[in-house]
Structure formats: C-alpha cells, structure tokens
Design a protein around this ligand. Structure first.
Ligand code: ATP
Length: 234
C-alpha cells in the first residue's frame, strides 16, 4: 500500500481550477519533488494534500485511509505536515515555544524537542529568542523543526529557499539532509532544479494544474524537465 496517494485531485480558487486532476503517490522513505513554473498549482496542491485548501473533487489517502474530508489539524495529527511558503511562524513567540506548540498536534516518535534541536543545531543558541527576530534561514529551520515535532509520516515542503541568501539556502538544505537521512518521506517544491535533483528520488512536472510527466532523478535529464517546465514537450 502507498503511504500517500492522491487520486484525480482538483482544487479551485473561485472559478479558477488551480489543480486539474492530479494523480500521485509516495512510498515509505521516498523523496518526491514537484517542478513547474510560477502559478502551475504546486502550492495549491500541497495545501490541498494538507487539508488547508479544500479539494473540489478527487481523493487523498494516507496509509489507505481516505482523508479528503478530514480537517487540516486532524490530518496533522495523522501525520501530514506542511512547511508552508513564507514559513508562517508565531513571530512574537520564542523559538522554543514555536517548536513546542506543535507537540500537541503530533504523534509520538523519534522526534521530540531534544532530538529536533539536535538535528537543527543552529537553533540551539536561539531557543529563547523571538522567532520573528531570526534571520530568514534560521526561521526556515524553525519551520522545519516545528513540522518534525509532529512526527510526520509525510513532510510537505513549499519553496524553502524563497527570499533567502545563497548561504542561508545552503544552511536550510543542510538541515533538510538530516531529515532526509532520518528517512522521513517528503514532497518538495523547489525552484532550483539542481537542488531538486540533489534531494529528490523522483520528479513530477506540473503544468497548468496537471502532472504532465514524472520520472526518477537518475533517469530524467535537467533538459527534459526544463522542457516540461515550459510546456515544450506537452
Ligand atoms: P508559485 O510558485 O508562484 O507559488 P504555484 O505553482 O505554487 O506557484 P499556486 O500558487 O498553487 O501555484 O497557484 C495556482 C493558480 O492559482 C495560479 O493561477 C494562481 O494565480 C492562482 N491562485 C493561487 N492562490 C490564489 C488565491 N488565494 N486566490 C486566487 N487565485 C489564486
């Protein structure tokens, strides 16, 4: 059985169909990347999988259980965690409290306050600082840590590097490598194709709300992905 299965999923913004019938699945331990131009529907897809945005049709299954009608907070307790675009931290709360607040939503497992801080050592000297006072890269590490605190079965990561300096992006991806080593399955949206190829096992190309191609990163070339990205191959 697939860990996560998305079947003929559709999601709208008003009349606009942002996600137009996407099928995808994720196995235990797998790292999948969604690639596509701005506005292709990647963020809406992740938000719909997390239950933050409603599906207008189609299904989302976690461990074979239909969670399409399950509200976001309950999906988080079941093991779907989203690191949203723009991080969405509680800026006036301390870093430690931003992490701890996620515990109540979560399942028990290998991740707890101590193990998360150990995996993200750049947070150690900042635990008492207000989250909003941290640099963008450090805030992104808090957002990853907060998601880990729920002991996710699936981690959804939306444009981790948006607005960060190259150095900060490197730091965030170093943090992610720790998570990946721990075997947590993830779906990543990332504009930087090189990083996508470095992290992911498999890529799904999204064009105008549809999954137009997919393949293993050791089989696809960057040129092929760029062609799908711009719609040249469709
Ligand atoms: P980006 O990389 O810019 O985040 P994306 O691939 O994640 O792009 P979405 O953000 O999911 O794409 O947007 C898909 C489509 O839905 C776009 O046409 C976008 O303009 C539209 N859209 C997204 N959010 C809203 C919203 N809140 N209200 C109306 N339309 C929206």
């Amino acid at each position: 059985m697939k860990l996560l299965k998305v079947q003929a999923l559709e999601a709208k913004h008003g009349l606009l169909k942002a996600v137009r019938g996407i099928d995808l699945s994720l196995d235990e331990g797998e790292k999948l990347a969604l690639v596509g131009a701005n506005g292709a529907g990647k963020t809406t897809l992740l938000r719909t999988i997390a239950g933050i945005h409603p599906a207008s049709s189609g299904r989302v299954y976690l461990d074979g259980i239909d969670v399409t009608a399950v509200p976001a907070h309950a999906r988080s307790s079941m093991g779907i965690a989203l690191v949203p675009e723009g991080r969405k931290l509680f800026g006036s709360m301390s870093v430690a409290d931003n992490l701890k607040v996620a515990t109540s939503a979560g399942r028990r497992g290998r991740w707890n306050f101590e193990s998360v801080v150990e995996a993200l050592p750049q947070l150690k000297p900042k635990l008492k600082a207000q989250a909003g006072s941290l640099s963008g890269g450090q805030q992104q590490a808090v957002a990853i840590g907060r998601a880990l605190m729920t002991n996710p079965r699936v981690l959804l990561l939306d444009e981790l590097s948006l607005g960060l300096s190259p150095l900060a992006v490197q730091g965030v991806y170093d943090s992610l490598a720790t998570v990946a080593t721990a075997g947590t399955p993830l779906i990543l949206v990332e504009q930087d194709l090189q990083r996508t190829f470095d992290v992911a096992d498999r890529i799904v190309c999204v064009l105008e709300g549809r999954a137009v191609a997919s393949g293993r990163t050791d089989e696809l070339t960057r040129e092929e992905v760029m062609d799908y990205y711009f719609g040249h191959r469709v």
